[in-house]
Design a protein around this ligand. Structure first.
Ligand code: B12
Ligand code: SF4
Ligand code: SF4
Length: 349
């Protein structure tokens, strides 16, 4: 069995995965309980899919009863410089590190399929592969498989890669001995919670996603509370502040995966250029990027908030052009942005 695990580990590393671990597919009732509390408190907000799939999400065997083991895989996407450098340039838009080039779902899925094909040929097992697209709780599974621990920002922290690991899994009918879980190394640190611009982290391991800039710029279907807009700064897609604050990142080797190195257009984009994108321009620039998930309206709304937060009067003319946009969300954010920088906003938002 050890030999089987070592062969799988070696093959996964060879295919480009950075970390590999093994866990049982049997259910852990704590996860179902914690997910239940999270949903009962309404923390999922507009992410209705979390509630709709809660029963399957709670354990691998609830999703696929034949599953015996989980192979948990991490893919390093650590940036080479200061992940937050751009947040100090208010005339530019900060796109989160994970979205500065190709969509990781596509890159990781290809590798998962290659590993899956190899496993099926070598061991004649059945399997299913997942990367953030199915009802699977990826962080606790990766933690159970020894890839790291769930830090106080709720994400998986690895002693080797810090917070910068994409997670994915293979569920299989093979019996593989679980690896020992990693212990929690947060100690008394609470740097992530202190770094959060909107106070979305409670410092004890829980998040209020409805205050999280990542949720506000990617997931929410409605508007963004006026109280939260000034706290978003120039973060136009996702947010990395809690991840970047983690002291364990100092050991992370920068990724060498070309798909995750920042594209030149997204390294330091000017807000004025982002706001100038029409529907076709948005599709062209973001076609292979996770940013397409936000859609043009939500993205432009976030760009307008960033313009409002910049305090630059020079943006007023461009903002005003959005005040009769077809999207009510964009119109409202244009009004707010104009009033935030002291222009002719209606001030009613
Ligand atoms: C929904 C979701 C979000 C939501 C909600 C986040 C959340 N924590 O729930 C939003 C949109 C906000 C989000 C944002 C981000 N996400 Co996200 N997200 C997910 C998703 C799809 C599900 C997460 C989930 O199951 N949440 C449900 C709750 C119950 O889980 P939880 O937060 O882990 O809750 C645990 C703790 O709160 C704790 N807990 C619960 N109750 C209690 C009580 C006490 C007392 C204590 C101590 C603890 C505790 O136990 C819970 C269960 O283990 C996963 C992919 C997947 N399928 O798993 C990606 C995922 C977690 N996201 C990821 C990333 C990268 C991000 C962002 C960094 C993206 C960005 N740059 O903008 C941010 C980070 C924000 C943050 N601090 O979490 C990665 C994280 C990789 C990693 N190393 O862990 C994942 C795994 C995707 C992937 N395949 O790589 N995300
Ligand atoms: S991603 Fe940003 S807003 Fe969300 S919890 Fe982390 S620091 Fe806070
Ligand atoms: S910043 Fe500190 S508290 Fe937060 S995850 Fe990292 S070690 Fe844990």
């Amino acid at each position: 069995m050890a030999d089987k695990k070592e062969r799988i580990r070696a093959k996964a590393l060879d295919l480009g995965f950075s970390a590999v671990g093994f866990a049982t597919a049997a259910s852990d009732p704590t996860l179902a309980e914690r997910l239940g509390v999270y949903l009962a408190e309404g923390r999922h907000g507009d992410m209705a899919w979390m509630e709709e799939t809660a029963a399957r999400r709670a354990s691998p065997q609830a999703l696929w009863p034949e599953a015996r083991s989980v192979i948990a895989l991490g893919t390093n996407y650590a940036p080479s410089g200061d992940a937050l450098a751009l947040t100090r340039h208010p005339e530019r838009g900060n796109v989160s590190v994970y979205a500065r080039n190709r969509d990781y779902h596509d890159t990781v899925k290809k590798r998962l399929k290659a590993l899956g094909r190899w496993l099926a040929t070598e061991y004649g097992c059945e399997l299913k592969v997942f990367v953030d697209t199915a009802p699977v709780m990826e962080k606790p599974l990766a933690a159970a498989a020894g890839l790291g621990w769930q830090g106080k920002h709720t994400n998986l922290v690895s002693r080797r890669f810090g917070s910068w690991l994409f997670l994915s899994e293979i569920f299989t009918t093979l019996d593989l001995e679980p690896d020992p879980p990693e212990r929690d190394h947060c100690g008394s640190c609470r740097a992530c919670a202190d770094a959060c611009p909107t106070g979305a982290l409670d410092g004890a391991g829980r998040i209020e996603p409805r205050r999280c800039i990542s949720y506000l710029t990617i997931e929410t279907k409605g508007g963004i509370d006026a109280e939260l807009r000034p706290l978003m700064g120039n973060r136009v897609y996702g947010c990395d502040d809690c991840m970047a604050a983690c002291p364990w990142n100092k050991f992370a080797p920068p990724t060498r995966e070309p798909d995750f190195l920042p594209r030149v257009e997204l390294t330091a984009p000017l807000l004025a250029d982002l706001a100038a994108l029409d529907d076709d321009g948005f599709r062209e620039v973001f076609t292979a990027s996770p940013v397409k998930r936000a859609g043009r309206d939500r993205f432009i709304a976030a760009v307008l908030i960033a313009m409002g937060n910049s305090g630059r009067h020079g943006f007023l003319e461009q903002i005003n052009r959005f005040r009769d946009d077809a999207s009510p969300l964009v119109r409202d954010m244009a009004d707010w942005a104009a009033s935030a920088i002291g222009g002719q906003g209606t001030g009613h938002l």
